[in-house]
Ligand binder design. Sequence first.
Ligand SMILES: Cc1cc2nc3c(=O)[nH]c(=O)nc-3n(C[C@H](O)[C@H](O)[C@H](O)COP(=O)(O)O)c2cc1C
Length: 189
Amino acid sequence: MKVLAISGSPRPQGNTRLLLETALKVLEGHGIATEYLSLHDKDIRPCLACMKCAKDKNRCAQEDDFMPVFETMTASDGLIVGSPVYFGSATPNLMALLNRAGFVARMGDNHFARKVGSPIVVARRAGVNFTYAQLQLWFCISGMFVPGSSYWPIAYGLNPGEAANDAEGLKTITDLADNIAWLLKKLAK
Ligand SMILES: Cc1cc2nc3c(=O)[nH]c(=O)nc-3n(C[C@H](O)[C@H](O)[C@H](O)COP(=O)(O)O)c2cc1C
């Protein structure tokens, strides 16, 4: 059983990483294998709407870093995506991946259905709930199970590391990861 966490932040050592690693540590405590992947050094371009995935099945025709990331996503039982809020939205880095992964899966073997996962969102001040909802739409249209937490899984911080000062945010992420582990184990029975 493995959970993959993907950071959509262009900052490799930023708050998104801190929060995702908090969740992964909790999952590891439950005996679940984890993998962390950051999009900051990946060349993943927006969907071209070329519709080649409808014919080719389970692959995108664009030759960039998408396919290895997609294959890592489909090989995982759980998926957490993390994004900073950029002008009230998820980052374009993350949305480019999710648009393409979602479409290739829908045109192919519906890989994400009945997997477990959740977004995690961080911001300086505003836009967290919109961005959480934006990302949750992707999980829901993909047929995934999205557990809740003790609050929405969001935290606050501007500069790298500042989210570590948000005790309630960290507690919410910890509770989310506990619920993801619980649900994964129930589904595996
Ligand atoms: C282009 C850009 C747009 C941003 N827009 C928002 C915003 O709309 N609301 C907000 O509260 N913070 C905003 N921020 C701040 C980031 O969300 C915040 O610094 C976050 O902690 C960054 O996460 P990271 O360290 O993982 O990159 C923005 C930052 C950048 C660079």
